[in-house]
Write a protein that binds this ligand. Structure first.
Ligand SMILES: Cc1cc2nc3c(=O)[nH]c(=O)nc-3n(C[C@H](O)[C@H](O)[C@H](O)COP(=O)(O)O)c2cc1C
Length: 200
């Protein structure tokens, strides 16, 4: 049986990521930018949740969150992360391992000010990952912040902002018949990306 040559010919993982992300953006029903982001807690126990990638370039991938949240605290004490995209519509997966750091306050401000007013209020109202007694507690917080900033600009909370995932390893996985999937992994070594292939 002939299983074909590899179609993954790029040497730069960002060019390939861009191509795959563009095709996922055309086909996924929703949120092609959804990433499973894994952090590690103080006991070494991994934790995972979805966040939305808001931009990417050769510096890395950006998402926004509350730095007082569980993930925020985990990142503060351990900057190692793993992340994964799965695009069912194009039968592709991208896995990332690397480190994460905060983006500049100016870049966080810029993105925060582009969000709709209620989402900006929400960022103040939510004590993300803290225990909530009931929904009305959250509603009260939302309404009182809404009142406080009535007819005023809403500043970015200092605990809310952008984080940059800086990959050191990116794996591209493409579904193929008979579980003979294609896997190409790029590792950043001595200032350049080195590509190899893996058994499925
Ligand atoms: C589709 C989707 C997109 C999400 N996007 C974000 C996001 O961009 N930032 C964020 O903080 N939480 C986002 N969440 C919520 C997180 O998955 C998670 O519930 C929240 O950040 C709290 O996680 P933590 O307690 O581990 O910090 C998203 C959830 C889903 C399902």
């Amino acid at each position: 049986m002939k299983i074909g040559l590899s179609k993954i010919r790029e040497r730069n993982p960002y060019i390939l990521f861009n191509k795959w992300f563009e095709s996922a953006s055309k086909k996924e029903i929703s949120d092609p930018n959804a990433i499973s982001l894994s952090t590690v807690d103080s006991k070494g126990q991994p934790n995972v949740r979805i966040v939305l990638m808001k931009s990417f370039n050769e510096d890395g991938l950006t998402f926004f969150t509350n730095s007082n949240s569980s993930k925020g605290k985990e990142i503060e004490s351990n900057t190692n992360i793993a992340a994964c995209f799965y695009w069912k519509s194009i039968e592709k997966q991208v896995r990332i391992r690397g480190k994460v750091r905060k983006i500049s306050a100016k870049d966080s401000d810029e993105y925060f000010s582009s969000r709709d007013r209620n989402s900006r209020i929400g960022a103040w109202a939510s004590l993300q990952s803290k225990a909530l007694k009931n929904r009305s507690e959250l509603e009260k917080r939302f309404n009182s912040i809404s009142k406080k900033y009535k007819n005023k600009e809403i500043p970015r909370p200092s605990h809310w902002g952008g984080f940059l995932i800086k990959p050191v390893e990116i794996e591209f996985w493409h579904n193929k018949p008979y579980r003979l999937h294609e896997r190409a992994v790029f590792k950043f070594k001595k200032g350049k990306w080195v590509k190899s292939f893996l058994y499925p």
